[in-house]
Design a protein around this ligand. Structure first.
Ligand code: MN
Length: 502
């Protein structure tokens, strides 16, 4: 069933007349060595069906064995999201028939999630903090991957045949479900994006997943509904499945707001359904109709014992939690003395880790920021790269700044040294030597260059000698040129004036 095509309502108009409510489900693949319930390897990009066991293929009689590291990771995530960790919880069978789940059920958790009742503070670009309530974080296994061949869309409709790869089947997942996020109004798309981005940062900080969106390590399902006003009951929601970039999360929410406003304006009802996100066209289309009564016939998994993490273990895990990204950012900002806007730019440019490492190597926070947000940001942009991609390390930037601070090179020479580093010529020290870029600190060669310049421009020399200091810049310029920028201009000026008796 597809809904009729209706006019989209302009976004600003839609959020003026309707109150959007979002809800987000995020699946994160855990970076364990082996799968959730068997010893098949977890690795990206293997030959199809090369990382499987009888358990991940759902063969008759194969019995699951729970991966302890996956449970530890799930507890870490729960604690980082300020959740209560269950004293005891069970797995459940979520029954459905589809070839990506060879057992005909997904082993998941239903009414007994390992973590529940948490929250996460999310910082928007302008510094506003939005608290997102977490309903639950539960453990489950990933499904296999279907490839539909022969159709125009890559979807099953119109395909000639389908292939299935079970390498992904059984990879441990944690699914994190928010409560309805209300009161964010026209910022709903931005909040959705910032929430997923913050979660990604947390997964990486916890070292529980590589959390690479482009590999599908983190996948978001975005629920959205509209209501006439914040006092009204919640409207009917749609669930846009498997949105896998931050930008798409934001765009999908924005699109659904415009689309649902069009449906409601036409006096129709929003259909409760899943929807597909189309990255290329920026629209969602109808998937399958989903009612709350959808019957997965959940029942407790009889082949696994309940998981009952001891309070001691939970506290041990809590003690190992690293500093969370927002806390770290606030601490570094205070240590570095950056203004709010400077810090935001640094974070948005992906320069936080690089600057931290540069400062750790001995450079001032201001000096580190100057390089990474200035010359290097410019270079990265020009080459369409990220700062991380540049072939220069924080240690090299620190060494470069140290050469400037010691007076051995000036800012202009430093940029030439940086050229050399980026071109793979070695460390800054090597390049200063190999390219002969040191500031000329010996007066001898400077005096020789000054004499040459004075001899070449006798009229200017005469004026300066006569007390008119205006044209002295031309002599200094000639000396700087002759020494290829390696002279200290202040010292040259002193020497010129001395030389002509001023
Ligand atoms: Mn799930």
């Amino acid at each position: 069933m597809t809904s009729p095509t209706l006019e989209l309502v302009a976004y600003d108009d839609a959020v003026r007349r309707y109150d959007p409510v979002i809800g987000i489900e995020v699946h994160v693949e855990l970076g364990t060595k082996t799968k959730m319930f068997c010893a098949a390897e977890v690795a990206y990009g293997g030959e199809p069906n090369s990382q499987v066991t009888p358990v991940s293929l759902g063969l008759p009689g194969a019995l699951p064995v729970l991966n302890g590291t996956a449970v530890e990771h799930a507890i870490k995530i729960g604690l980082a999201l300020n959740c209560t960790i269950a004293e005891s919880c069970r797995f459940a069978r979520k029954n459905y028939f589809y070839p990506d789940v060879p057992k005909n059920f997904q082993t998941s958790q239903y009414d007994e999630p390992i973590a529940y009742d948490g929250w996460l503070d999310v910082e928007l670009e302008d510094g506003t903090i939005v608290r997102v309530e977490i309903e639950r974080a539960h453990m489950e296994e990933d499904a296999g991957k279907n490839t539909h061949v022969g159709g125009a869309t890559g979807r099953i409709h119109g395909a000639e045949y389908s292939l299935v790869d079970y390498n992904r089947a059984g990879i441990p997942l944690v699914e994190i479900v928010t409560r309805p996020i209300t009161g964010v109004g026209d910022r709903a798309p931005e909040v959705a994006r910032a929430y997923v981005q913050t979660l990604r940062d947390i997964f990486r900080a916890l070292d529980v997943s590589e959390a690479r969106m482009e590999r599908g390590n983190v996948r978001a399902d975005v629920n959205l509904s509209l209501r006439p006003s914040p006092d009204s009951p919640l409207g009917t929601r749609t669930e846009t499945k498997n949105v896998n970039s931050f930008r798409s999360v934001e765009r999908a929410v924005r699109f659904e707001i415009s689309r649902q406003a069009g449906v409601l304006d036409a006096g129709q009802k929003v259909i409760q359904e899943t929807r597909h996100w189309h990255e290329d066209t920026g629209v969602t289309t109808s998937g399958r109709v989903k009612s709350d009564a959808e019957d997965y016939r959940y029942f407790p998994e009889p082949d696994l014992v309940p998981v009952a993490p001891s309070r001691e273990w939970v506290e041990e895990i809590r003690a190992t939690l690293p500093e969370m990204p927002v806390a770290r950012r606030n601490r570094l900002q205070a240590e570095w003395g950056y203004a709010d806007a400077e810090m935001r730019d640094v974070v948005n440019a992906g320069a936080l880790d690089l600057i931290e490492a540069t400062v750790a190597a001995g450079t001032s926070a201001a000096g580190a920021r100057k390089w990474w947000m200035g010359e290097l940001a410019r270079r990265a942009k020009q080459d369409d790269q990220t700062l991380e991609d540049l072939t220069v390390t924080p240690a090299q930037i620190s060494a470069l700044q140290a050469l400037v601070d010691s007076g051995r090179i000036n800012d202009k020479l430093a940029r030439q040294v940086l050229e050399g580093v980026l071109a793979g010529e070695g460390d800054p020290e090597d390049i200063v030597v190999s390219r002969g870029l040191e500031v000329v600190s010996d007066d001898g060669p400077l005096l020789a260059a000054i004499d040459d310049a004075l001899a070449a421009q006798p009229d200017i020399a005469a004026k300066v000698q006569g007390g008119n200091l205006g044209p002295v810049g031309a002599i200094i310029g000639a000396v700087m040129k002759a020494t290829r920028g390696q002279a200290d201009a202040g010292r040259v000026r002193e020497l010129v004036l001395e030389r002509i008796g001023q």
